[in-house]
Design a protein around this ligand. Sequence first.
Ligand code: PLP
Length: 394
Amino acid sequence: MSRDNWNKRTKLIHQGIRRSQYGEVSEALFLTQGFVYGSSDEAEQRFIESGHDEFIYARYGNPTTRMFEDRMADIEGYEDAFACASGMAAVNGALMSLLKAGDHLVSSRALFGSCLYVIEDILQRFGVEITLVDGRDLSAWKEAIRPDTAVVFLESISNPSLEVIDLKAVCDLAHANDAYVVCDNAMATPIFSYAKECGVDLSVYSTTKHVDGQGRCLGGIICGSKELIRGPIETYIKHTGGAMSPFHAWVQLKSLETLDLRVRQQANSCMKIADALIEHPNVEAVKYPTHHAHPQCELARKQSEFAGTVLTVQIKGGKAECFKFIDALEIFTISNNFADAKSIVTHPATTTHARLADDQKAELGIAPNLVRVSIGLEDERDLIADLISSLDQL
Ligand SMILES: *Cc1c(COP(=O)(O)O)cnc(C)c1O
């Protein structure tokens, strides 16, 4: 049986491994910036073209980082990948590599705060024309994407509003106009990803989230064709300093071994928790894309089995009631990360999205009564009891 036919859970453990001359079992951490050459001739050759196991400088590539890239590319279904210092280095790198002044970009409006900043502030400052659309509305995409559109950007599931996009339909529209599709797939997770089969050109992750999954280190990755990854993407990132640290690559490479177990467990808990909270008298709405109460459940279920590890709860009331609910929780920690083994609650309106004006928040679905709940690996019965007890106190 060839490696290519392995299932994802097997690939998560074995794919991409490069053993040193010692034959170590566990992936080695090559904590080195540079590499030595046997002669001036060899150095010259290496700079002309580096072979499969030849490296120059860790900003360009490193054996540990390359193992992480190969494994991520393979589980995501792409030919290659470039690992970055953070999710935002990956998003920024993907967009800056593909765009130039005068180009047109179409993006969904409901975006993670920093993604919105890169698009609205940075890209516009460098002369890229931007059109923002409601990602749920296919007719809006159809109207916005034009023959001169160079890139379409979206979050497959938006953070934190959990809007779902018909990825295949948007990719088809983009490709009919020769535009690249860059998909921030952080919320969807590499386990339930459908980016490749829908036609996404560059699938981007903040690996800080589910891949690390234990709140330790930042990371990001861009997966795509060899032509794009070893062409414009590598060229831009290796010269501008967005490369991943070999130490972070090693931590996250080892994390991939347990990714499927963790994410599936967390997603299962999300469904049970959504069921448990939906009827509570102090709850206005509970949303998790593949749960029946989500308005786009049908589309979400058509695209994947589960939809990440985050749900949102809208409390009856406003900011004061949210704060009371959050502060009464005992197991959940208050933080702004998600996808950690530890369950986390966030009040987006006053933290991650605080810089936005009220009308912008309203447009993005960041209501004052919205609480983002990231479900960890604790026993879901304890999480449900904690949430219900806090809700009862309102
Ligand atoms: C967290 C996140 C990012 C940024 O990732 P970092 O690793 O924090 O830089 C980008 N997009 C989405 C959707 C995210 O959730």
